[in-house]
Design a protein around this ligand. Structure first.
Ligand code: PLP
Length: 407
């Protein structure tokens, strides 16, 4: 992944690989005016260390941002982190001892896997379909673990517009997951960077709001609704966990940048942030449609993909003749990148799948990028046909069979 990210930084490469928000639409005057004000009014403070749990002005605004998704919290429950990535890292650091079991979606957020592995967790992935994690499979797994005297330390999930699958956990499954957490006293980590980026359909209650914060620990970030460069995320957790998280954060970085916290606190306090999110929604909806439209035109027969109602990703599964790691190598020579499906699993699954991001580049680039991937896939298929003499290609399994990707 690191090597690929280096390649995708090249200007000639169309990257459908990262999860980059489009920051080019943020008005530069608004950014400059706020930074100017901060410099004039509080330079000494913003150039100084701050409290490890975060500045109150940011914690108070996080209360408002979460209220926009119908969650009621107190500012003191919040720990500000250096991005959502640090939130995952701190929660894992605090809760996992080597060999502890944790459960997550299959596929799961690729950035969480190295974190889970670095704390030597024993990761079990539960398959998703178009309604998110299959909770019946989760229950079977928990029962099987219990029969061996084992229990996971937590269940990590991105239930809304999942990265990478784009799928959303249904209401019924949300309710059941929260019931299971309570019945079996298992913590659930709800990671929700994308909940506010909904392009159609009705919002569902978050796991946190269904549970009220007893067993659900909530992870948030400003990366996708404002800026990834600010590096501001957060954790909402019960006090005993929060105290440990703060100790863990002290060891990691003492505090999140006071400069960017001041900017974000003031930006959200002004109350116009939702207008910017609405602008992003309009842009991203168009890009999602450009992507799925181009896939219908250029992807090979037998490919399937979803049309997510929100978030930043489309997940596609190609015919079994195509290994997406090999396809990526070919695609890079054509100047386009995506994330191969194996990055979203701990056990080598996802070999025929790929994650495509539609937020980071323009509609024209998306269409051209998808065309190039389609061309590379066509070449792989032709090679397969030459080598095997088979014209009818087997259809791959389709992990999150979300929406309907017609091909
Ligand atoms: C599910 C999920 N969690 C966490 C993150 C980390 O985001 P950041 O560290 O920028 O807040 C991402 C980024 O793509 C994500 O998709």
């Amino acid at each position: 992944m690191r090597d690929m990210m280096a390649i995708t930084a090249r200007p000639d490469v169309i990257s459908l690989a990262g999860g980059l928000p489009d920051t080019s639409t943020f008005p530069p005057e608004a950014f400059a005016a706020e930074m100017d004000r901060i410099t004039r009014e509080s330079v000494a403070e913003v150039l100084q260390y701050g409290p490890t749990e975060g500045l109150d002005l940011v914690r108070e605004q996080i209360v408002n941002v979460m209220a926009a998704e119908d969650m009621r919290i107190e500012a003191m429950d919040v720990t500000v982190t250096t991005g959502g990535q640090q939130a995952i890292d701190l929660i894992t650091k605090v809760l996992i001892d080597p060999g502890d079991i944790l459960i997550c979606d299959a596929p799961t957020y690729p950035g969480a896997i190295p974190t889970f592995c670095s704390y030597e967790a024993d990761v079990i992935q539960i398959e998703c379909d178009s309604d998110g994690m299959k909770i019946d499979l989760l229950e079977e797994t928990l029962a099987e673990l219990a029969s061996r005297g084992r229990k996971p330390k937590f269940i990590y999930s991105v239930p809304t517009f999942q990265n990478p699958g784009g799928v959303t956990l249904s209401l019924e499954r949300r309710q059941r997951l929260v019931e299971i957490a309570r019945e079996l006293e298992i913590l659930v980590i709800e990671d929700n960077p994308y909940g506010l980026l909904r392009y159609e359909g009705e919002p569902l209650p978050t796991l946190y709001s269904l549970d009220g914060g007893g067993y659900v620990i909530y992870l948030g970030t400003f990366s996708k609704i404002l800026s990834a460069g600010l590096r501001i995320g957060w954790i909402v957790s019960p006090t005993p966990v929060r105290e440990k998280v703060v100790l863990g954060k002290q060891a990691a970085d003492l505090c999140t940048s006071t400069l960017t916290q001041n900017f974000a606190g003031e930006y959200f306090r002004k109350g116009r942030w939702q207008e910017y999110v609405d602008d992003l929604i309009d842009i991203y909806r168009g890009r999602r449609d450009a992507m799925t439209g181009a896939m219908a035109e250029y992807f090979p027969h037998g490919a399937v993909w979803n049309r997510p109602e929100g978030g930043l990703f489309v997940w596609a599964t190609l015919p079994e003749a195509i290994n997406t790691e090999d396809l990526l190598a070919r695609a890079l020579t054509k100047g386009v990148a995506f994330v191969p499906g194996t990055s979203a699993y701990v056990d080598g699954r996802g070999i025929h799948s790929m994650r495509l991001n539609f937020s980071g580049v323009t509609e024209d680039q998306i269409i051209e990028g998808v065309r190039r991937i389609g061309e590379a896939a066509g070449e792989q298929m032709a090679l397969y046909e030459t080598m095997t003499g088979e014209m009818e290609l087997p259809r791959a399994n389709r992990p999150p069979e979300a929406g309907e990707g017609e091909a």
